[in-house]
Write a protein that binds this ligand. Structure first.
Ligand SMILES: Cc1cc2nc3c(=O)[nH]c(=O)nc-3n(C[C@H](O)[C@H](O)[C@H](O)COP(=O)(O)O)c2cc1C
Length: 183
């Protein structure tokens, strides 16, 4: 079972990307987590670009998201919602209408912020957007609050309870994706 992990943050020191790396380390047996990068390469969604030969970064997104058994998203919160780059990626992933990589894709959403709410509004919006795009959103939100305190100097997770919750999210994704793959 291969789960792709997509961070909505482009910055090198991103807590959300660190969270996904921690999820990869906490993956249950039989689950391989690959942190996906490519959001920053995408052009802004433009239907005029979305023809028979879309731009290379879009082709790559569609191929790699499409091949994943499930996708785990980690979103920052920008002004109470999903960062524009992540919304843009979801828009590309929701097309073409027939055979879009997000159609029936089993997905889960987590999120981290240095504040008290753990990107909760962004997670709620992302769950809505992914559902509208045709994905199967499973599990609950996982708000990681005070994210700057959750990692050590080597960017490793130092919160054992959170590690356990990440394992549970991946288990839920794997269990939910398995029957969908068999169908
Ligand atoms: C443009 C912008 C808007 C932000 N708005 C919010 C917000 O609405 N709520 C919040 O909790 N944090 C907000 N933040 C702070 C981010 O949560 C913080 O920068 C976080 O570390 C970003 O995630 P990352 O570490 O994965 O890059 C904002 C940051 C930026 C740059």
């Amino acid at each position: 079972m291969k789960i792709l992990a997509v961070s909505g943050s482009l910055r090198a020191g991103s807590y959300n990307t660190q969270l996904l790396r921690a999820a990869a380390d906490a993956a249950p047996a039989g689950v391989e987590v690959e942190v996906w990068q490519g959001i920053g390469d995408l052009p802004l969604y433009d239907q005029d670009l979305d023809g028979l030969e879309p731009p290379e970064p879009v082709r790559r997104l569609r191929e790699e998201w499409g091949a994943a058994d499930a996708i785990l998203f980690a979103t920052p919160e920008y002004n109470g919602s999903v960062p524009g780059g992540l919304k843009n990626a979801v828009d590309w992933g929701s097309r073409p209408r027939l055979g879009a990589p997000l159609t029936n894709k089993t997905v889960a959403v987590v999120g981290a912020s240095p504040g008290q709410f753990g990107a909760l509004w962004a997670q709620a919006d992302l769950r809505k957007i992914l559902g509208v795009a045709g994905a199967r959103v499973v599990g609950d939100e996982l708000p990681v609050t005070r994210a700057h305190e959750k990692f050590d100097a080597k960017r490793r997770l130092r919160d054992e309870e959170l590690r356990g919750r990440l394992t549970l999210v991946l288990e839920t994704l794997a269990v939910e994706a398995a029957p969908a793959l068999a169908a």
